[in-house]
Design a protein. Structure first.
Length: 112
């Protein structure tokens, strides 16, 4: 009889662990590739196309497609984590943005 209780408790515990916590997100590689191909068809004049995958107010995850150099960006309250899935990239950090008026996204944190 006690063996049945242990087994039942094990199944109950394992099924509770399978429930995803609030805010959890998982993006499958194939799905991201399909989304990237869709983004490639809607490239803006700044050589990018983007889709927000999840927005947690303090941070967000975005899928970006670029087919050329991007404009300089400045984020005072955001952190960019860059993962290159295909191709190559050069990321420059620091410095000062010269002529930010030529890129309205440079100072408001929406670029990227």
């Amino acid at each position: 009889m006690s063996n049945c209780r242990v087994v039942a408790a094990f199944f109950l515990t394992s099924s509770l662990c399978a429930v995803e916590p609030p805010g959890f997100a998982l993006w499958e590689a194939d799905s991201l590739k399909q989304q990237a191909h869709a983004l490639a068809r809607n490239v803006r004049p700044d050589h990018s196309s983007r889709e927000t995958l999840a927005d947690y107010q303090s941070h967000r995850f975005r899928l970006l497609y670029r087919d050329g150099d991007g404009y300089p960006e400045r984020h005072d309250n955001e952190i960019d984590v860059v993962i290159v899935q295909e191709g190559e990239a050069t990321l420059l950090l620091g410095g000062k943005i010269i002529h930010p008026e030529k890129n309205p996204e440079a100072n408001n944190g929406v670029g990227g």
